[in-house]
Ligand binder design. Structure first.
Ligand code: HEM
Length: 428
């Protein structure tokens, strides 16, 4: 167990076992009680022992709602790749959950929740817009944003790592990507959080209402942004929205609804996930001081460090699929129409795939984690996410090598998106 662990109280510490630095707790929920709809706070604090128990005892585990929870790397890898047997289309699930609503239209039009042919067509256009050139051109702007935030933190001597650093960067970068004027970026994060929160396993009526309002407001905003860009196009080499509009005219065709809903999706996909990568990474460097020292000593570790942060505390912990035909998984026969919860967080700690998986090892190689999924739906923003993670985390620790906790780090109690709401730190 880590010495002087800043976020664990004395009771938690007694449950820690293993080699120094091992964050594996021996306590887990009784797996018979495991239900995504009613998770206790202790699960959000330390889900990995529960995942480990499920993986070894019941790797394809039936939940009370009839869906199955998958925890083995090999099973997730197969499901992600076999899009004929395992569908991403969510119309059946989302109709009872969202009704006829803006949230339903948004999520069922996003490429991530569709199969071919819509997925193939939209993916080609979006992936074709996030070109290496467009991403590389973003680096100077990214460095300027990060350094500006670091200057502000330095002048104050303390900060909340989430609201004053990790959460600001993706809003600015995705805002730059789609050319959203600076003065119009204010509401983006709140809209994004409201829309994604509705995807939690058990959203409350208030969460659904906030999500629907956010989709409506986002659409009104984007209609204006798109109309302005049509009238005044940017350079298609590095302006993603102009590229999306250009390809729309090429005959590859996105309908107006597909264009607007997938712009919302890009803005959302890159927000919280990347905030959590940066926040989780910097928190892990507090918890694992030897790894912080290693990174400070060898800055070339930054690239593999980002991969290890993504594996160890995957920002996006859950994915979903539905079987299109009868199939067999983990020794169980699953009929067509079975809903699957793919636990990325568990697969990324599977000892069959990763040696000593509960150890944070910034130089880990190979590290074929599933934090971005895999197969035809693999994250289309991987290069941007990696660049943001690397620039933000390495510039932060180089400027503040001795940053330390200045209060309790508060985790968001959500099963799908794993990250912190607040990480108070002092830098001098
Ligand atoms: C650390 C940051 C990120 C993580 C962990 C992450 C994770 C993921 C995962 C797991 C998927 C696959 C979902 C599935 O197959 O069910 C995905 C898809 C996607 N992501 Fe990301 N993402 C990140 C950042 C970004 C960024 C910055 C962008 C945009 C610039 C982005 C755009 C997308 C898109 C468009 C898809 C849908 C791809 C498809 O369905 O073909 N992501 N992401």
């Amino acid at each position: 167990m880590p010495q002087n662990h800043p976020i664990l109280d004395a009771a938690d510490r007694t449950h820690y076992t293993g080699a120094a630095g091992d964050l594996m707790t021996t306590q887990y929920m009784n797996i018979e009680d495991f239900d995504l709809q009613t998770l206790p706070q202790s699960f959000y604090d330390h889900p990995y022992a529960t995942y480990a128990a499920l993986r070894s005892v019941s790797p394809v585990h039936r939940l009370p709602d009839g869906s199955f929870f998958l925890t083995r790397y090999a099973d997730l890898d197969r499901v992600y790749r076999d899009t004929a047997t395992f569908s991403s289309d969510k119309k059946i699930e989302f109709k009872p959950k969202f009704g006829d609503s803006p949230l339903y239209e948004h999520h069922t039009t996003s490429l991530v929740f569709n199969d071919p042919p819509l997925h193939t067509r939209v993916r080609k256009i979006i992936a074709g817009s996030l070109t290496p050139r467009a991403i590389a051109d973003m680096e100077p702007g990214l460095i300027a944003v990060v350094d500006g935030l670091l200057d502000r933190i330095e002048s104050k001597g303390s900060a909340d790592l989430i609201t004053e650093f990790a959460a600001v960067i993706p809003v600015e970068i995705i805002g730059n990507l789609l050319g959203v004027p600076h003065e119009e970026r204010g509401p983006l994060r709140a809209w994004s959080l409201a829309i994604l929160s509705a995807l939690e396993p058990a959203p409350t009526p208030a969460m659904l209402q906030a999500g629907n309002q956010a989709v409506r407001a986002f659409i009104v905003y984007l209609e204006k942004l798109v109309a302005d860009r049509r009238g005044n196009p940017g350079d298609p080499a590095n302006d993603v929205l102009t590229r999306l509009l250009g390809q729309e005219q090429d005959g590859t065709q996105l309908t107006e609804t597909e264009l607007l809903q997938n712009c919302i999706f890009i803005l959302n996909a890159g927000h919280e996930t990347t905030t959590n990568l940066i926040g989780n990474g910097l928190q892990l460097l507090i918890e694992w001081p030897d790894q912080r020292r290693a990174l400070l000593k060898d800055p070339d570790l930054a690239k593999s460090a980002v991969e290890e942060f993504l594996r160890f505390e995957s920002s996006n912990q859950l994915g979903n699929r539905r079987t299109t035909m009868d199939t067999r998984l983990g020794g169980l026969d699953l009929p067509a129409g079975t809903r699957l919860n793919l636990c990325i967080g568990a697969a990324n700690r599977d000892p069959e795939q990763f040696e000593d998986p509960d150890r944070l090892d910034l130089s880990r190689k190979p590290n074929r984690h599933l934090a971005f999924g895999t197969g035809p739906h693999i994250c289309a923003g991987v290069n941007l996410a990696r660049l943001e993670g690397k620039v933000a985390i390495s510039r932060f620790i180089n400027r503040f090598p001795h940053y330390r906790p200045a209060g309790i780090a508060v985790r968001g109690a959500r099963a799908r998106f794993r990250g912190f709401l607040a990480i108070p730190i002092a830098v001098c």
